[in-house]
Design a protein around this ligand. Structure first.
Ligand code: AMP
Ligand code: MG
Length: 427
């Protein structure tokens, strides 16, 4: 697919400054530049969990297929209860799955179980806990316990035949699998999984299992990336640590973009970084280097690289471990969702009362790691997790949220409301 150059996307912005780029502008450029990967496959319903629906699903049937009872009790003609307490003759029993063939006449009723089809003539169910003097033959209904139509589920009330059930682009969650099953759908069209290659750059990095030489650190970024990409439903290609050597870096970038839809690297994109990463990224494609108005995560490379006719989007994330996670969540995540053809809504921010003061300068977005809790009066409150250095991954691990302090925002006073992004939702 032909791609318009990044410069076309960027030229639409009147006040573009790659050395002081607001978060929102970087997000907008990325969003405009990304196009979805097209391919579709059909998978069995269970395998569709967390995948992106590739087609609109329209119901072929009414769900439920017939009017049925919402309670265990007695199916009656509502009109029979209008005149006050009524004793009705029981003319049959309706079970879920089999129903009852009786046609119910005035003064009659049918014993009915939850989910059983409403017998002909009945429009109302009296729950069994409301009746009196039930025998095999008859039952007494007190006045005023139900209105006509109560406790009856209508045919098609969940979903009518021909009605849209799910729209393409949706990431299928447990409720959606259940909904598809309720329509009798066994196979689901989904987008193919995105392939994402990633590697870490830096001579100081050692992989776990290797001895930690003097001056070195263990590579943690590949593990946070593994976790975040797996949660996003990507197929991953972990390419390890690549030394700061031009031939090795070029080979890694080429192999990554030949085999993946997107390439994510960490490290080597800082200002004044004395390595080859940036040169090789630029040499292999249409890549721009930004200093983003944010903390942590200022330097980032973004674009598209190609080798032997195969291309991939590139996210050159900073090296610092917290910066990697923040730039992944706030830039790469949305881009990867777009590539997958998924609906990508902005991350849901909640508000919480800040327990303490937070120092902040306007002109950049800050992502502080925080712990949300509920105070004695039931209000959501948040406190910052100790030291906020961009290399301190413990701050991220201890946190259950990020406090997002917007571009224009000034310092926060204790008791002010702040935006937070919770890390965990329902599984
Ligand atoms: P850089 O962006 O390459 O200048 O790296 C910034 C900081 O992050 C340096 O202290 C690096 O040692 C550290 N760093 C870079 N990559 C990793 C990694 N994969 N795992 C842990 N720390 C890293
Ligand atoms: Mg480095």
């Amino acid at each position: 697919m032909a791609h318009s150059p990044l410069s076309d996307v960027i030229s639409c912005l009147s006040d573009y400054d790659p050395n002081a780029l607001p978060v929102a502008q970087a997000q907008a450029i990325i969003r405009d530049f990304i196009t979805p990967v097209g391919a579709i496959e059909k998978v069995a319903l269970r395998s569709a969990l967390d995948r992106v629906l590739a087609d609109d699903i329209v119901s072929a049937i009414d769900v439920p297929a017939h009017d049925n009872s919402a309670m265990d009790g007695y199916a009656v003609r509502g009109g029979d209860l209008a005149a006050g307490t009524a004793t009705l003759k029981i003319v049959g029993t309706a079970y879920a799955g089999s129903g009852c063939d009786a046609v119910v006449l005035a003064g009659e009723c049918v014993r009915i179980m939850t989910g059983a089809p409403m017998p002909a003539g009945c429009d109302t169910v009296v729950p069994q806990e409301f009746v009196q003097g039930a025998t095999e033959a008859s039952v007494t209904m007190p006045a005023g316990v139900v209105k006509t139509g109560d406790n009856r589920r209508l045919k098609g009330e969940d979903l009518g035949a021909g009605k849209p059930a799910l729209a393409k682009g949706r990431i299928l969650r447990p409720a959606d699998l259940g909904l598809l099953a309720s329509l009798g759908i066994a196979e689901v069209p989904v987008r193919r999984r995105l392939r994402v290659a990633f590697f870490s750059t830096g001579d100081e990095l050692r992989s776990i299992g290797e001895p930690l030489d003097a001056g070195c650190v263990y590579d943690s970024n590949r593990y946070t990336l593994y976790g975040m990409l797996t949660r996003l439903g990507c197929d991953i290609i972990d390419m390890g640590v690549v030394k700061d050597d031009p031939a090795q870096l070029e080979a890694a970038f080429r192999s990554a973009c030949e085999n993946a839809d997107a390439v994510i690297t960490s490290g080597g994109v800082s200002v004044g970084e004395a390595d080859y990463t940036k040169q090789i990224m630029a040499h292999l494609g249409d890549v721009t280097f930004w200093k983003i108005g944010m903390r942590p995560g200022r330097p980032m490379a973004f674009g598209r690289i190609a080798s032997n006719g195969k291309g991939a989007y590139l996210f050159g994330l900073p090296g610092n471990p917290v910066a990697v996670m923040v730039t992944f969540y706030f830039f790469a995540r949305d881009a990867l969702l777009r590539m997958m053809g998924a609906d990508s809504a902005p991350l849901p921010l909640l508000q919480a009362v800040s327990e303490g003061a937070i120092r902040k300068k306007p002109g950049r977005t800050e992502y502080q790691r925080g712990i949300v809790s509920i105070d004695a009066s039931g209000r959501r409150q948040v406190r910052i997790t100790g030291s906020q250095g961009s290399g301190i991954l413990r701050s991220m691990s201890e946190a259950n949220c990020m406090v997002v302090l917007g571009h224009e925002q000034d310092s926060v006073k204790a008791g002010d409301l702040v935006d937070v992004l919770l890390f965990e939702g329902l599984v």
